[in-house]
Write a protein that binds this ligand. Structure first.
Ligand SMILES: [Zn+2]
Length: 194
């Protein structure tokens, strides 16, 4: 009995080691797709960079199940319409088009983050844009203008809806959800990566 138990434990240990080996050698689709990206060591805010000077977050992450942050100009009303929106770090543009009702023009960028010797990939998402200044496949640098603050075709008072996602290339998503397991608190993430 004891020998059989030991054999099972050895077998399970071997399976676990095999799974770890597979992910370390590129079985993770994000590593295969984005592993070539230069790691981003520093992240800045997407408006008024580096520190969002002149802007405020009108609806924070988690408020009303919000999956992002709503950045507005301190001048109020339409004063921020057309203001530049900046890439928060070096990365690759993976989406740059009108995502439909509720979203308007959206830009999505994947970033490579090195943490404790391993690679993570996060995605920043910029929505309701008045204009888009990048194309899919572009490599952008931190602070580069990717678009302008908009109102999603008159749907909202102009603002930037801004998300950071744990996993690149998820479906466009709902903007609000009680399940935020695939999203990060954008400001907290940026502050942790200065
Ligand atoms: Zn929003």
């Amino acid at each position: 009995m004891a020998a059989r138990t030991l054999a099972v434990l050895v077998l399970l240990g071997g399976l676990a080691a095999g799974a770890h080996w597979a992910s370390a050698t590129g079985a993770d689709p994000a590593v295969a797709r984005y592993g070539h990206l230069e790691p981003s060591l520093r992240f800045d805010f997407p408006v008024g960079p580096p520190d969002a000077e002149g802007y405020y977050d009108a609806q924070g992450f988690g408020e009303n199940f919000h999956l992002g942050e709503d950045w507005n100009g301190e001048g109020g009303g339409n004063t921020d319409l057309g203001d530049p929106v900046h890439a928060i770090a070096h990365g690759e543009v993976t989406f740059a088009e009108d995502a439909g009702k509720g979203w308007g023009n959206v830009v999505r960028i994947v970033h490579h983050v090195r943490r404790q010797g391993r690679s993570d990939f996060v995605e920043s998402l910029y929505a309701h844009l008045d204009t888009i200044e990048v194309e899919v496949g572009d490599l952008v640098s931190r602070g580069q203008i990717v678009g302008a603050i908009g109102d999603a075709g008159g749907t909202y008072v102009p603002h930037l809806h801004f998300e950071i996602r744990r996993t690149p290339d998820l479906p466009i998503g709902p903007g609000y959800s009680p399940d935020n397991s695939q999203w990060l608190d954008p400001s907290a993430f940026i502050e942790e990566h200065r």
